[in-house]
Design a binder for this molecule. Sequence first.
Ligand code: FAD
Ligand code: DLZ
Ligand code: SF4
Length: 530
Amino acid sequence: MMTDEKTDDSGQGKDPALIFVLGDQLSRGLSALRRADPARDVVLMVEVAEEATYVRHHKKKIAFIFSAMRHFAEDLRAEGWTVDYVRLDDPANSGSFTGELRRAVARHGVRRVVLTEPGEWRVLEAARAWPEAFSISLDLLTDDRFLCSVAEFGAWARGRKQLRMEYFYREMRRKTGLLMAGDEPEGGQWNYDAENRKPAKADLFMPRPYQPQPDALTREVMELVDARFAGHFGRLEPFRFAVTTAEAEQVFATFVSVALPRFGDYQDAMLRGEPWLYHSVISPYLNVGLLDPLTVCRTVEAEYRAGRVPLNAAEGFIRQIIGWREYVRGIYWLKMPGYTSVNELQARRPLPDFYWTGQTDMSCLREAIGQTRDEAYAHHIQRLMVTGNFAMLAGIDPAQVHEWYLAVYADAFEWVEAPNTLGMSQFADGGLLGSKPYAGGGNYINKMSDYCGSCRYDVKQRTGRDACPFNALYWDFLDRNADKLRGNPRLGTVYATWEKMGETARTETRKSAAEFLAGLIAWKPPEGSP
Ligand code: FAD
Ligand code: DLZ
Ligand code: SF4
């Protein structure tokens, strides 16, 4: 169904078309726009309730996407395009992509629709039904904002026993030539991750991301979101997201000059009251198309070559984008449909209510969730080793964990969120993404953060009412899942330690974990939510 774009075909001589541009396709170089003729075709953009509520997205995320869409439409109009933009509050708005396309096909009397492949399976499935439902032809084009097409990833994966990111990443380095010295990796190593594990200290020199002020258009959208999605998670104010390419470029430029040099060193660090640390905070812009992944990587490489950024920082950053980002997308399309219902460890516990309220005595979770509520952002280690780790250790149903991550982060689209959540963080795919679960006790969090100092629990204790819950849960998780995990060669030492603890300590640990888990309050979806 997905067609590779024919580069020699600009659609010339064809009937007028509707160019359907989705909310995460806000790139001037989008394949569907490259194929179109502004003098003949009409760009269709639609704000629809279904996209905002199929999971109840964070208020800030909805405002970010609607505002970026409206700014993008304005820019296209200024360039001479005809843009048919349907606002959420248009009384005739049907509320879904399918409903709005039906109305637009009738309105414009077109027989042809052009669409760059959507980022989510759910939307692709809907699009597959459009030609028959509306008697139109649908040109479905490759999304070449990604460096590796779905077909190319499929070819790389075919016949491999293990789909390790590291090997895929090397292919992407060779393909792009990024940080290459001829056929060899720059500096002689492909990966400098081992140098990227330093804890950080809050000081006066902590970099701050560039944060634009909302303009009148954004304010209008915020009012709309406040009125229509009042019951959704998250704070709308202060709104600090860039909503145009120019603003996103400024966010990235500020990151490059103030934070990138130490990005590598402090990639895994966590500090109270410091949501951004040395991270770029550009994922929302990459994912909706305001920034181009290859361009940002080339900029980072140039900084390294100019001697302004160490190799571990440049390599670490580039690996996240041409490695992890491309790799998880490949996995998503390789394994869908079906990937979003994996549950290898048969975890069934409902999501605790504090994931939505932020009210918990565990300082690390309170911090990560509070920041998520305020900013629709948490950095990778908070997502992986705090909220993700806890959910996996506590045996939370991965479908509920997946829904939470998809709803609460401004950068969350299923193609990137699902493999990170279900694969990397929950081990729910049985080890496709990681060779062992990313499980850790309180020690890891204590080493990488300043959270434990302000916690009512004692990170050094394993059992009892005052013990850090991560500790007993960690061992209980390994014990509970021993039939699936004991044979994993990377877990041999931890299982040996568990055995050595002796029966009394093991029983105490299981009891502590059970008592803690019994006290968790299950989250109940608000009435009327889908
Ligand atoms: P930086 O640390 O500055 O990294 C630079 C860029 O690298 C990011 O902007 C992002 O585009 C890319 N990147 C880094 N790690 C990953 C990764 N593991 N997968 C894909 N791209 C990566 N990222 C999303 O973009 N959307 C999601 O919905 C999402 N969900 C996640 C869920 C879980 C459970 C986990 C563990 C990770 C998730 N990630 C997701 C990956 C990562 O946490 C975010 O990309 C990152 O925190 C974004 O912040 P940043 O821009 O400051 O990143
Ligand atoms: C996330 C989102 C939201 C909240 N709203 C819209 C919208 O109203 N219109 C739109 O075109 N896109 C929206 N999006 C992004 C889509 O969910 C995204 O394009 C699809 O999931 C495909 O990845
Ligand atoms: Fe989190 Fe445990 Fe540290 Fe408290 S003591 S902050 S629960 S790791």
